[in-house]
Design a protein around this ligand. Structure first.
Ligand code: MV4
Length: 447
C-alpha cells in the first residue's frame, strides 16, 4: 500500500480523497491555487503546496508544477479526482515516466477510450450494443449521405474527440446534413484540434443510465450497478440516483453485463463508468466510457456499501479487489442533489461569493460531501458545485421524502444555490413517478 499520495484537485473531491486516505493510514499532499489559499480542508492534508495563480490553466492544469509538488512532497501516487487532468492521457503518461502511480486507468486505456469512435468500435467488438450509425469515421459528404439514408433521419454527428455533449450536432433531414457536417467539423477542429466525426441515429428523449465498474490488475472486474443521470440541463447533471427508476430488471442486468464486457475488452483498470442511453422501448446503447471517478460516485457507494475511493487506491497499489460480483448487492435507493452556487432563476448563472451562514442537514440516511463552511468565499474561477447532498433510504419514495427534508434543513446564506430548484424538481409528478428523460428539465422548467 502507498504511504503518501498527492491529490491533484481541489474542493469537494480533494476532501473526499483526503478522508479516504486518512482512514487507510495514507499521508496526503494537497495542492492549491492562490484563489484556494487558506481553504479549510487543506489543513486536513499532511502537506499542501501552492501550484500557481487562480486560473486553472495556470495552476490545476499545470503538469510540470503538479509533478514538482509530487516530487518535493515525496509521494508514491497521484489521485486526479474528476475534471482538470483526470482524463488527460499525457499527464497520466508523465506520471508513469516519473515513476509516480496514477490512481486511474493506464494511459493506453485512457487514450483509446478518449477517442469516441474507437470506443464505439471497441464496444462492437465486445458485443455491446451501439446506436446504429457509421462504420467508423465519416470520410466525406457522400458517405454521410449514404449512412444517413441507411439509418434514417434525424442523425447525430459526433466529434470523435468530443464527449460529454461537446461537439455534437443533430441533422433533421438531407437538406441540412452537409451544413451540419461542416459546422460539426469546424467546431470539433476549434475545440479539440481534430475534425474527425462519426454518425449515429439520433435517439429522441433518451434516458441517461451509466454503470459503475471497478477493475483490479488481476483481471477482476466488478460492476456496482447503475445510476440514472437523466435529470440534467445542458449536459450538466443536477440529480443522480440508483437504481434507475422504471428500468426492467432484465434490462438492468443486461446493461451491467455489457458494461463489464466492455471494461474487460478494453483491458481497463481502476474505477470507470460505462455510459448508455436508453430509448423509449428500453433498448440501451453504449455511448462512452468515463475513465475517471465521477461526481456522482457516492450514489453507488450508498447502495452497495463499497467505498469507491478506497477501492481505487487499493487497486492502484496492486491489491486484489476484496469482493466478487456475487458479494455486491444493491440495497434501497440513493439520490444525490448537486448543490451549485448558481442562480436557477437567471439561467443558472454562476453566483460566487461569501457564504455568510451554513447549516448542514444530518440525521438518518443523510450524507453531505462538501468542503465549504460559514465564512468560505466561493471563488469565481472554477466549477460552481459547492457540495453534494446524498440520501439513502429503503425505497425511492422514502428517498425523495428524505431529500426534501434534508434540503429544507440545508441553509446556505449569502449566495444563491440550486437547493430551491431541487425542491421543485423533487415535487414534479414526472420525477416522482420516475419518468425522467434527458429533456425533462428543459421541458418542465423552460430554463
Ligand atoms: C446521443 C443522444 C441521442 N442519440 N446519441 C450527450 C452527451 C454524450 N455523452 C452523449 N449524448 C447524447 N448522445 C444518440 N445517438 C443524446 C445525447 C444526449 C444526452 C446524453 C446523456 C445525457 C444527457 C444528454 C443530453 C442531451 C443529449
Amino acid at each position: 500500500m502507498f504511504n503518501r499520495i498527492l491529490i491533484a484537485n481541489r474542493g469537494e473531491i480533494a476532501l473526499r480523497v483526503i478522508r479516504a486516505c486518512r482512514e487507510l493510514g495514507i499521508e496526503t499532499v494537497a495542492i492549491y491555487s492562490q484563489a484556494d489559499r487558506g481553504s479549510a480542508y487543506l489543513d486536513l492534508a499532511d502537506e499542501a503546496y501552492c501550484v500557481g495563480p487562480a486560473k486553472s490553466a495556470d495552476s490545476y492544469l499545470k503538469v510540470d508544477r503538479i509533478i514538482s509538488a509530487a516530487e518535493v512532497g515525496n509521494v508514491e501516487a497521484i489521485h486526479p479526482g474528476y475534471g482538470f487532468l483526470a482524463e488527460n492521457a499525457k499527464f497520466n503518461d508523465v506520471c508513469r515516466q516519473c515513476k509516480i502511480d496514477f490512481i486511474g486507468p493506464t494511459p493506453e486505456a485512457m487514450n483509446m477510450l478518449g477517442d469516441k469512435n474507437r470506443a464505439r468500435e471497441l464496444a462492437r467488438g465486445a458485443k455491446v450494443p451501439v446506436v446504429p450509425g457509421s462504420d467508423g469515421l465519416i470520410e466525406d459528404d457522400n458517405e454521410a449521405g449514404r449512412v444517413a439514408h441507411e439509418i434514417g433521419f434525424p442523425v447525430l454527428i459526433k466529434a470523435t474527440a468530443g464527449g460529454g455533449g461537446k461537439g455534437m450536432r443533430v441533422a433533421a433531414n438531407e437538406l441540412v446534413l452537409k451544413t451540419a457536417l461542416g459546422q460539426a467539423r469546424a467546431e470539433a477542429e476549434a475545440a479539440f484540434g481534430n475534425s474527425a466525426v462519426y454518425l449515429e441515429k439520433y435517439v429522441e428523449r433518451p434516458r441517461h443510465v451509466e454503470v459503475q465498474v471497478i477493475a483490479d490488475h488481476h483481471a477482476n472486474v466488478v460492476h456496482l450497478w447503475e445510476r440514472d443521470c437523466s435529470t440534467q440541463r445542458r449536459h450538466q447533471k443536477l440529480i443522480e440516483e440508483s437504481p434507475a427508476p422504471n428500468l426492467p430488471k432484465e434490462v438492468r442486468a443486461d446493461m451491467c453485463d455489457a458494461a463489464v464486457r466492455m471494461i474487460k475488452h478494453a483491458d481497463y483498470t481502476n474505477a470507470g463508468t460505462v455510459e448508455f442511453i436508453v430509448d423509449q422501448e428500453n433498448n440501451f446503447y453504449f455511448i462512452e466510457v468515463n475513465a475517471r471517478i465521477q461526481v456522482e460516485h457516492p450514489v453507488s457507494e450508498m447502495i452497495t456499501g463499497v467505498d469507491l475511493i478506497k477501492s481505487q487506491i487499493r487497486v492502484a497499489a496492486g491489491e486484489r479487489l476484496p469482493f466478487r460480483q456475487k458479494d455486491i448487492q444493491a440495497n434501497g435507493c440513493a439520490i444525490e442533489c448537486r448543490i451549485n452556487a448558481e442562480d436557477a432563476d437567471h439561467d443558472f448563472r454562476p453566483a460566487p461569493g461569501k457564504i455568510k451562514q451554513l447549516i448542514v442537514p444530518g440525521g438518518m440516511g443523510v450524507r453531505w460531501d462538501s468542503h465549504v463552511h460559514a465564512g468560505y468565499v466561493v471563488p469565481p474561477y472554477y466549477d460552481s458545485m459547492i457540495g453534494k447532498l446524498i440520501v439513502h433510504q429503503p425505497t425511492r419514495a422514502d428517498a425523495i421524502d428524505c431529500m426534501l427534508r434534508a434540503l429544507r434543513e440545508l441553509r446556505i446564506e449569502g449566495i444563491c444555490t440550486t437547493a430551491p430548484f431541487h425542491e421543485k424538481v423533487l415535487r414534479q409528478a414526472d420525477f416522482v413517478e420516475g419518468w425522467v428523460d434527458t429533456s425533462f428539465v428543459e421541458r418542465t422548467f423552460q430554463t
